[in-house]
Ligand binder design. Structure first.
Ligand SMILES: [Zn+2]
Length: 292
């Protein structure tokens, strides 16, 4: 009896993790892998399905389980509310930023940790690629490169969604600092993979310049994303609901096409950055892997 009641309740709950969100990440990741395929090692594009699959996983890490242990750790990796950070440059590490928050009466959970998630995951991919250079036939190393690339894709694409870079992340913030939860966030999340003209969006491989100063440039990118918040709110009334077709207006279509292009290009630039940095990695003498 209890299980049938639970099932009924589950059926009545809104679908908080609908495929729409996943499909947007999958589409942007596909464009990013295609754009970088002549720069990255051959196994990378051959493993595109694994990269696309794993590009959704950081959202899976936030699913409800019997404990909040993982979801509480993971959630701040997906946003950075710029209005709450008034310094010019980000502290160099997560821990330094934690201290910054403490000094300024903030918390990492409130402000977010997205730039650190992007930079750290880029280095994870870079180290895995360095191992690939040393053991090119090792299948496990290739597999983990694809997994790390998928995780990196997710964070990179979140950094191109304007509502992940603002305190106005689900409607204009209330005077008490809380979100009014107007539902705009879900509506915008649902636009990326439905945008008319998505099949026309391509990324020029020649534009995939590696980042030099990774964390600073990731932060600059999030600042640029923040500048897209107001143009989005200007069209708030015209953003379709999830069960409505997305056919216009042209201004909104152009905005979302821009999000898709920025998402794919930024993600691909991070792949290329990881590859460039992988050549600088020194593998310690004691570290050994299998040849295959
Ligand atoms: Zn996310």
């Amino acid at each position: 009896m209890r299980s049938s009641v639970s099932l009924l309740l589950i059926c009545l709950l809104p679908n908080l993790a609908g495929a729409w969100h996943s499909q947007g990440h999958v589409l942007a990741t596909e464009l990013a892998v295609e754009a970088s395929q002549d720069i990255m090692p051959a196994f990378f594009a051959q493993g595109i399905e694994t990269i696309k699959h794993c590009s959704v996983d950081p959202d899976v890490f936030k699913f409800k389980t019997d404990s909040r242990l993982l979801s509480r750790k993971e959630s701040p990796n997906h946003y950075f509310d710029l209005e709450l950070f008034d310094d010019e440059a980000l502290p160099e590490t997560r821990e330094d930023f934690w201290w910054w928050c403490l000094r300024h009466g903030q918390s990492t959970g409130k402000v977010g940790l997205l730039p650190y998630a992007i930079a750290e995951t880029t280095y994870m991919l870079s180290l895995a690629l360095a191992e690939h250079h040393r053991w090119p036939d090792n299948q496990a190393i290739q597999s983990k490169c694809l997994v790390y690339a998928g995780l990196l894709s997710h964070y990179a694409e979140d950094a191109c969604m304007p509502l992940h870079a603002t305190v106005h992340w689900d409607g204009r913030v209330l005077p008490n600092g809380q979100s009014p939860h107007t539902g705009i966030h879900r509506r915008v999340d649902g636009l990326l993979h439905r945008v008319p003209g998505a099949d026309q969006v391509t990324v020029d491989p020649n534009s995939l310049v590696p980042f030099q100063s990774l964390l600073a440039e990731v932060f600059a990118h999030i600042q640029e994303t923040h500048s897209l918040v107001e143009p989005l709110y200007a069209l708030e009334d015209q953003i379709p609901a999830l069960d409505e077709p997305f056919e216009g207006p042209p201004e909104l279509v152009a905005l979302v096409e821009g999000y898709l292009h920025r998402s794919a290009r930024f993600t691909a630039r991070l792949y290329v950055t990881a590859l460039k940095k992988s050549a600088l990695v020194t593998i310690p003498d004691w570290h050994e892997r299998e040849e295959h």
